[in-house]
Every structure is written in structure tokens, then in C-alpha cells.
Design a protein around this ligand. Structure first.
Ligand code: CAA
Ligand code: NAD
Length: 307
């Protein structure tokens, strides 16, 4: 590994080994896509059950991709899936998982205290040249990086993927106040290396996509609460009347209602420029579903029933 502050040739700065922390719907997707594009990947989660869920998610999604890639050749498709999965190592040990990484992407629960602790641990165990990235939907990258020393903050940034990761082409590359130009350049090169399109943006709440999507999703829930129409009709309206691929309730369930609540509660309480913004005020309906454990597609029930 290169030392801190070293100058890099493009070869030395290229990302080859990726560690993904959190094997949920996003982390598994990021690991899958990185492995698909020939990177060596380590997936890290808190226990073996979570890692197994991540593996199952990747296997299912890859089978879908393989069926289209090799429609007439099931044996070739099977071998291709196995080869991609073979590039993803799984571990519950964070220090071991990040020890050789060129890039760590964090995709754990949307909670600032958890992410700050994790970044401090990652910084203590990853090589000095490693990029530290968060897939956070809503938290300031600058705050996640607060516990780190200045050189490490220089190589910390946001890499914000979209759900479903294998299908959505965009990755927002979030430049915090202290992120170095070199780190942004390396991250942009990585995003292109996995067949995605980068959009570089500043570290403001919601970056680009979520700053526009979240008010829309919350207003849809309020339409429902006001009894304007039921969820099915609101979804049909936005799909057929506005050309959206999913209606807002399908999208809420897809994102995860816990994540939606973490995002909006956080912004309402302390989002830069958003504090007290009524667009993000708590919704009784959303709170009720989350309290009942109805988190959307991932738990089998949200606004709709998936069982
Ligand atoms: N893995 C692999 N392939 C997948 C997949 C997955 N998980 N999900 C879908 N696909 C593929 C399918 O195989 C299919 O491929 P072909 O068209 O080549 O046959 C294609 O995607 C379309 O899938 P479907 O026909 O099943 O369904 P669809 O046409 O309705 O598309 C969708 C599915 C791409 C998810 C589409 O509904 C969509 O774009 N929805 C909106 C998603 C969105 O807005 N995401 C952003 C959420 S916000 C976020 O992520 C940020 C945050 O921080 C909260
Ligand atoms: P998820 O609940 O599906 O997965 C979270 C995973 O993190 C779980 O497997 C959990 O066991 C693991 N985890 C929790 N604490 C950990 C720790 N300390 N170390 C290692 N693993 C840990 O959540 P998700 O939907 O994949 O979201 C993850 C992150 O991605 C969040 O920050 C979220 O805001 C962001 N994000 C979500 C979406 C979305 O549509 N769901 C889109 C973009 C970004």
C-alpha cells in the first residue's frame, strides 16, 4: 500500500479491490456490480445470516442478468453467475475485510452515529491510499467524516447508488468540503469502470436525486392521508399520467419505509436549510407502518402486501 499523501500514477490509483460494508439490498447490489466488472470484492456484514441474505440477493439478481445475457445457453449463464459470485468474498471481520481495499463503500443503516463509528474503524484498518465512500441517502458526508484526521477526510466522499443497483445507471459522486480533487477523480473513474454514469455534486441534503424525490414521495403519502385517492390509484395516476416507471407507493416500498423515515426525520430535525420544513414533517401513516415492522418489499409488507 502507498503511504498517506503520496502522489499516484493513474495505474497506482486505479481501483481493483473493493470492500462493501453492509450486505443489505444496496450493499449486495454494489458488491454484485463491482464483481461483474472484474473487481475483487469483499462483502462485510455483522453476522453470517446477513451475509447469506446478501449472497442470495446477488445470486437471484445475477441469474436475471445472465438469462438475458446468454438466453440460449443455460450452462454458460450458470458458469458466468458462479464466476461473478466467486469474486465476492464474505466476512464478518471489518479489519480483515478492508485490509487490502483500494475503495471501501459503506452501505449500512442510515444512522449518523453508526456511520461515524464505522468510518473511524475503517480508517484505522484500511490502507492509506484507500478511498472511503458512503452510500448514504441523506446524511452529510462531512459529518460522517468528522472523527477522521485531515488527510483521511481528503479521501472520503459520497458514492450514492440507486435501487435496484444492477439496473440504475447513475451514481452520484458527492464532494464534501474537504474531499480532494484526486479522490473525486479516482471515484469518477471507478464509477465508469462498473458501467455507470457519474454525476458529481456538492454535499447538501439529498444531493440531486433525493432532494427532488423525497418531497414527492412524502406528498404522495399526504394525498393518501387526506383521502384524495387510494394508493393504487395514486400509483396508476403517476405511472400513466406522468410516465414514471413506478408509482410513489411502489417506490416507497421499494426504497424501504424505515430508510424513508430515517431520511425525512433527520432532515426535519437537523437538515442543513431544511430544519422544520413541512415537506419532511412526520406522517402518521408512515410512522404506523414502520412501528408495525412493515418496511416495504424487504419485509414482505409496506403500503402493499408482497407475501
Ligand atoms: N437485478 C437485475 N436486473 C434487474 C433487477 C435486479 N434487481 N431489477 C430489474 N432488473 C431488470 C430486469 O431483468 C429487466 O431487464 P430487461 O428489460 O432487459 O428484460 C429490467 O430490469 C426491467 O425489469 P422489469 O421488467 O421486471 O420491471 P420494470 O420494467 O418495471 O423495471 C425498474 C424495474 C428498473 C426497477 C423500474 O421499475 C424503475 O426504474 N423503477 C424506479 C426505480 C427508482 O426510482 N429507483 C430510485 C429509488 S431512490 C434511491 O435509490 C435513492 C435513495 O437514496 C433512497
Ligand atoms: P438494508 O436494511 O437493506 O441493509 C443494511 C445492512 O447493513 C444490513 O444487512 C445490516 O445487517 C448491515 N449493517 C448494519 N450495521 C452494520 C455494521 N455496523 N457493520 C456492517 N454491517 C452493518 O439497507 P439498505 O436499503 O441497503 O440501505 C443501506 C444504506 O444505503 C443506507 O445508508 C441507505 O440510506 C442507503 N441507500 C438506500 C437506498 C434504498 O433505496 N434503499 C438507495 C440508496 C442509498
Amino acid at each position: 500500500a502507498l503511504g498517506r499523501g503520496a502522489l499516484y500514477s493513474s495505474e497506482a490509483s486505479a481501483i481493483k479491490r473493493v470492500a462493501v460494508v453492509g450486505g443489505g439490498q444496496m450493499g449486495a447490489g454494489i458488491a454484485q456490480v463491482s464483481a461483474t466488472y472484474e473487481h475483487g470484492v469483499t462483502l462485510i456484514d455483522v453476522n453470517h445470516e446477513a451475509l447469506d441474505r446478501g449472497h442470495a440477493y446477488m445470486a437471484k439478481s445475477l441469474a436475471r442478468v445472465a438469462k438475458k445475457k446468454f438466453p440460449e445457453e443455460p450452462a454458460v449463464a450458470h458458469d458466468w453467475v458462479e464466476a461473478v459470485l466467486g469474486r465476492v468474498r464474505r466476512t464478518t471481520s471489518l479489519p480483515e475485510g478492508v485490509a487490502n481495499a483500494d475503495l471501501v463503500v459503506e452501505a449500512v443503516v442510515e444512522n449518523i452515529a453508526v456511520k461515524q463509528k464505522l468510518f473511524a474503524d475503517i480508517a484505522g484498518a484500511a490502507p492509506g491510499h484507500c478511498l472511503l465512500a458512503s452510500n448514504t441517502s441523506s446524511l452529510p458526508i462531512g459529518r460522517i467524516a468528522e472523527p477522521l484526521d485531515a488527510p483521511t477526510r481528503g479521501r472520503t466522499l459520497g458514492l450514492h447508488f440507486f435501487n435496484p443497483v444492477p439496473q440504475m445507471k447513475l451514481v452520484e459522486v458527492v464532494r464534501a468540503a474537504e474531499t480532494s480533487e484526486q479522490a473525486v477523480g479516482r471515484a469518477v473513474a471507478f464509477v465508469k469502470s462498473i458501467g455507470k454514469a457519474p454525476a458529481v455534486c456538492k454535499d447538501t441534503p439529498g444531493f440531486i436525486v433525493n432532494r427532488l424525490l423525497l418531497p414527492y414521495m412524502m406528498e404522495a403519502i399526504r394525498l393518501l392521508e387526506r383521502g384524495v385517492a387510494d394508493a393504487r390509484d395514486i400509483d396508476t395516476a403517476m405511472k400513466l399520467g406522468a410516465g414514471y416507471p413506478m408509482g410513489p407507493f411502489e417506490l416507497c416500498d421499494y426504497v424501504g419505509l424505515d430508510t424513508l423515515k430515517f431520511i425525512t426525520d433527520g432532515w426535519f430535525k437537523e437538515g442543513d436549510g431544511l430544519r422544520g420544513d413541512k415537506a419532511f414533517a412526520a406522517s402518521g401513516k408512515l410512522d404506523e407502518l414502520v412501528a408495525a415492522g412493515h418496511l416495504g418489499v424487504k419485509s414482505g409488507r409496506g403500503f402493499y402486501d408482497y407475501s
